[in-house]
Design a protein around this ligand. Structure first.
Ligand code: PMP
Length: 429
């Protein structure tokens, strides 16, 4: 069998350097089972990283359903078959009643791109307001509104003139901290009003309803209510990017925007929706989808195909049958308590962000200055990998351990992870 080194060399020869991989010396993964990954040397890893395989790896019910559908039929959604209709209805049922019209695509980037196109077509305007230090995808429009320099080093230089930003609503280390974070909403609202006064009324305001790039941080109370009101006051649409946070990961709610008590005009979904199969969606109101009809074009060869639709339906069935949202709430709550306890003993832990199985441990060199412990975070990730836990840093400062495991995570696995992190923080990395 080919060595790890040889495979890595061949990968680097075949791929552009921009296609990075996890770790300097990546383990060669061969199989996945529930919250575990197994490499070619039969070494198991706890997957605390994967925000896509919400059901866990290798789910037998899902793979059987996919296999059966592939044998029977796969084609595109201009043909008439039941599963694509059923999936669209199921999605709409999970959302507030006015969000009743569905487009099926293949990825989060496509979903965000389409959401922006809907806003452009509906309003006849081009300006868009996004949040600093955010990631929304790599296609033209989704890349333009991806302001995170960690994910896209050229973000600032390549930003087109129609993209405007408001401050990252980071209540831990941003301009407004703690209670003061309530100022982010009114400030963003004022910026939207000012843009309109300058003749740049936005077609849309777009953000994640739970702040992902900061490592999974709640938005300040009332933030979306204030910013959505300001956007609607100038005739813009409110887009909620639920690609990462939606689908039950928060545990408290199925969608992130529900935590803020608002209803968006357009919702983007992907990742969890296909449990790793390329599947995404945009859900909006009928009049917005119809406005697009007069100006835009939509056809996706594989979006909502029979196989994709069966995947989407089966993922929702399994989530319901295995109570995965409730598990995210219970195990995520337990894990967060244990991580907060670790923080009482390890000063490197500045804070623990998040909710459900969407958590982040932020490492700082000093709790007063909040100096980011970037190198330490990278080293801790390497050492955790040696101990059999797969995870990665996030945030523009790369100092947050991103914790987004499959929602089937068990209490025992949470304990294994906490014990490994405790050992690394106690005995060094
Ligand atoms: N939006 C958000 C919030 C995301 O986290 C991502 C993926 N990291 C995307 C959009 C893009 O999704 P995809 O990689 O499926 O194109």
């Amino acid at each position: 069998q080919m060595s790890e080194e040889e495979l890595l060399t061949r990968r680097n020869d075949a791929f552009a350097t921009v296609q990075e991989h996890y770790y300097e010396e990546p383990p060669r993964i061969e199989r996945g089972w529930r919250q575990y990954l197994v490499d070619t040397r039969a070494r198991g890893y706890l997957d605390m990283l994967n925000n896509v395989t919400i059901l866990g790896h290798g789910h037998p019910v899902l793979s059987d359903a996919v296999h059966r559908q592939w044998q029977r039929l796969n084609t595109n959604s201009r043909f008439h078959y039941a599963s694509v209709v059923e999936l669209s209805e199921r999605l709409a049922q999970l959302l507030p009643a006015e969000l009743d019209t569905v487009f099926l695509v293949n990825s989060g980037s496509e979903a965000v791109d389409l959401a922006l196109r809907l806003a452009w077509a509906t309003t006849g305007r081009q300006d868009v307001v996004a949040v600093e230090e955010a990631y929304h995808g790599w296609t033209y429009a989704s890349d333009a509104v991806s302001t995170s320099v960690a994910d896209n080093p050229g973000a600032l230089e390549s930003r087109p003139p129609w993209v405007h930003t408001v401050a990252a609503p980071n209540s831990y280390r941003g301009r407004h901290r703690g209670e003061e974070a309530r100022n982010y909403g009114p400030e963003a609202a004022a910026r939207i009003a000012a843009l309109a006064a300058e003749g740049h009324a936005p077609a849309a305001f777009l953000c994640e309803p739970y702040y992902g790039n900061a490592g999974g941080m709640a938005l300040p109370d009332g933030y979306l209510e204030q910013v959505y009101a300001a956007t609607r006051a100038v005739g813009g649409l409110c887009i909620a990017d639920e690609v990462q946070v939606g689908y039950g990961r928060l545990g408290t709610h199925f969608w992130g925007f529900e935590q803020q008590g608002v209803v968006p005009d357009v919702v983007t979904v992907a990742k969890a929706m296909g449990n790793g199969h390329p599947l995404g969606a945009v859900i909006t109101r009928r009049e917005i989808a119809d406005a697009y009809r007069t100006q835009g074009y939509f056809f996706s060869s594989a979006g909502g195909s029979p196989v994709s639709s069966v995947v989407g339906l089966t993922v929702l069935d399994i989530m319901r049958d295995e109570n995965l949202q409730a598990n995210a709430l219970e195990i995520g709550g337990y894990l967060k308590r244990r991580l907060v306890e670790l923080g009482e003993r390890h000063p490197l832990i500045g804070t623990v962000h998040g909710c459900g199985l969407y958590l982040g441990v932020e490492f700082v060199r000093d709790r007063m200055s909040l100096e980011p412990a970037t190198e330490e975070t990278a080293a801790i990730c390497e050492r955790l990998r040696e101990l059999g836990v797969v995870m990665q840093p996030t945030s523009d400062r790369q100092c947050v351990l991103k914790i987004k495991p499959p929602l089937c995570l068990t209490r025992d696995s949470a304990d294994v992870f906490v014990a490994a992190l405790d050992d690394v923080l106690t005995y060094g990395w």
